[in-house]
Design a protein around this ligand. Structure first.
Ligand SMILES: [Zn+2]
Length: 274
């Protein structure tokens, strides 16, 4: 069997929102229809001694699907070293970026949040980017300009950093993490999806971008250990969907097939230094 079968062991991509909210003691968005991931909640209970998460970093690399990890077990091990709670996730249809990130950050299915095709309107339902600022968490989103993450979560009391390339997104994300006032940073990476579309999901350019994503995640996670050492913190690696080889030298996604639909989300709970 090449892919794990989607069964009860797979959670929906909507599971991220209630998990992050409950870990942080922040109310869930009004339209959230999913429940927290038990394995993550149990790990937090064990590691935080009844405490709550105080700082959050989410790294969201576009199109990093399960089949990539199956080809590169060493990279899988490297990410698990940072974020050992690996959760198999099934995304939503159509498996395109604005639909999937809409669900990931609202906890709502596409028919509820309203983005049901490749379109990037500002979401009108509640998302993490409503409830965290409302609870006093200073929140920032860093992403290349015009991408889904840069557009669909606008009109919230969030710091939006809109860049021209992933390397700049990394630099600005590091800058945000170094500002003590920021409590919640979402950092997005675009290059793997872009390179995969252009030359196939396993092309040399795509794999270079995949490796750059892992390098970015390692850098950001290491920085949180430095700047947030005295806080209980959550680190998440959360792609939106996968990508398949279309057979003509290109990559695509949007279909209900394992390559597009199945991803891993990785969580790390790190207690404050005492
Ligand atoms: Zn894409």
């Amino acid at each position: 069997m090449r892919y794990p079968e989607p069964d009860e062991s797979f959670r929906c991509v909507t599971s991220l929102t209630p998990t992050v909210c409950d870990l942080c003691g922040v109310r869930r968005p009004a339209q959230c229809g999913d429940e927290p991931i038990a394995a993550v909640m149990d790990a937090a209970k064990g590691q935080l001694n009844g405490g709550q998460i105080e700082k959050v970093l989410i790294f969201a690399p576009d199109a990093v699907g399960i089949h990539l990890w199956e080809k590169f077990p060493e990279q899988l091990a490297a990410v698990e070293t940072i974020a050992p709670l690996r959760i198999p996730i099934r995304v939503v249809m159509p498996s395109v970026t604005p639909v999937c990130f809409g669900s990931m950050f609202s906890g709502a299915l596409p028919e509820v949040h309203g983005i049901r095709e490749y379109a990037k309107p500002v979401l009108t339902c509640e998302t993490l980017f409503n409830v965290f600022p409302e609870a006093g968490w200073k929140t920032a989103i860093a992403a290349v300009n015009g991408c889904s993450i840069d557009t669909i979560f606008r009109k919230r009391p969030v710091t939006y950093v809109s860049t021209t390339k992933d390397a700049d997104t990394l630099a600005f994300s590091e800058h945000l993490l170094r500002q003590p006032q920021y409590d919640f940073v979402l950092s997005y990476a675009y290059d793997y999806d872009h390179a995969g579309h252009a030359g196939g999901p396993f092309s040399a350019d795509a794999i270079a971008a995949f490796n750059a994503d892992l390098d970015t995640f390692q850098k950001l996670a290491a920085l949180t250990d430095e700047v947030w050492a005295d806080r209980n913190r959550l680190i998440v690696f959360a792609p939106d969907h996968g990508q398949h080889d279309t057979g003509n030298g290109r990559g695509g996604h949007g279909q209900d097939i394992p390559e597009d639909m199945l991803v891993y989300h990785f969580y790390a709970i790190r207690p404050a230094r005492r």
